[in-house]
Design a protein around this ligand. Sequence first.
Ligand code: KIV
Ligand code: ZN
Length: 389
Amino acid sequence: MDMSGKQVHIFDTTLRDGEQVPGCKLNLDQKLRCAKQLEELGVDVLEAGFPESSPGDFKAVEMISKEIRNPIICGLSRAVPKDIETAAAALKFAVRPRIHTGIGTSPIHIKYKFNSTQEKILERAKAAVKHAKSFVEDVEFYAEDAGRTDNEYLAKVIQAVVDEGATVVNIPDTTGYCLPNEYGEKIKFLVDNVRGIENVIISAHCHNDLGLATANSIAGMINGVTQIECTMNGIGERAGNTSLEEVAMVIQQRFKGLYQTNIRSTLLTETSHMISDSMAMLVQANKAIVGENAFAHSSGIHQDGIIKHRDNYEIIDPLDVGLTESKIILTARSGRAAVAFKSKEIGFDLSKDELDIVYLDFIKLADQKKQVSVDDLEALLKRTFSAVA
Ligand code: KIV
Ligand code: ZN
């Protein structure tokens, strides 16, 4: 039986939208090392930068185009001829170059960013795609702030760029405004109302201002998106972008046989650490999939459950994301099961009576400390048993 599902392309923008974050700027060398790691991870498209934005970004896109051969290499541009020409020049050496061009389509962007009209914006969108197509075959169009663009007008713009030859249409929720049902309905509206959309890739690019970026991307996928734009650790403007690791694991855990990606999930932890170190951007401890505590158990009830059977409190096998095991953390909330388990790991197989004695000392120590380390436990066990002996 064929268990393969519909392919969802992972478009990584860690080195473009992610790198825009203050303090996350990478030098050329770091960008190349991160790009190699992302290639290894299995991303399908790598957005390497915004070449017109600075000479450094131009060089980065050019160098990544020369060195990284498997993913499509993408360069960002505004719907401005010079931007598109610079992106094309930076992508000259890429095996599979893609120009990503676009313009704001929401009433707010049209009025306050461009002081323009819907008609003029539509013309600029078409002209940008036409110009980009004169350099490369693969052109992705983004309708910036599509999340706050009314669906009728959005469909008109998307129809125009599809007719102009765009190969990918990106529907960004730039301000992280949409609810999952709204974003899903937006994609469905385009699927139902744009002629020829079945011949292009529909892409989700969601921001996390309301903490809904991953949920919105998945709602998009259920309604017809086949490319998801994301960053490692969810870094990006303001509250960040959709997290690559979350999308990869949602698809792997919850959509088996329906959808699939090319991500090698066992490299997720290593990649997360590398990006976090390179950008000096800490990952919050409770971050899904890659946070320090994502596979750590500290309360007595949970520890007892995990020791009895991992599935009681874990829906992902830590091995699947590149960890060796889950963690049992000893705190004042830990129970006897955890103390017995950790003691056994360091060579003390305690009887019930011994455990009762050790546990009394343990809980006193745990009340004084945030966390009891393995060394603390070992010292405590040795002290207890030398006193008993
Ligand atoms: O959030 C956004 O709309 C973007 C576009 C440039 C794709 O990053
Ligand atoms: Zn963005």
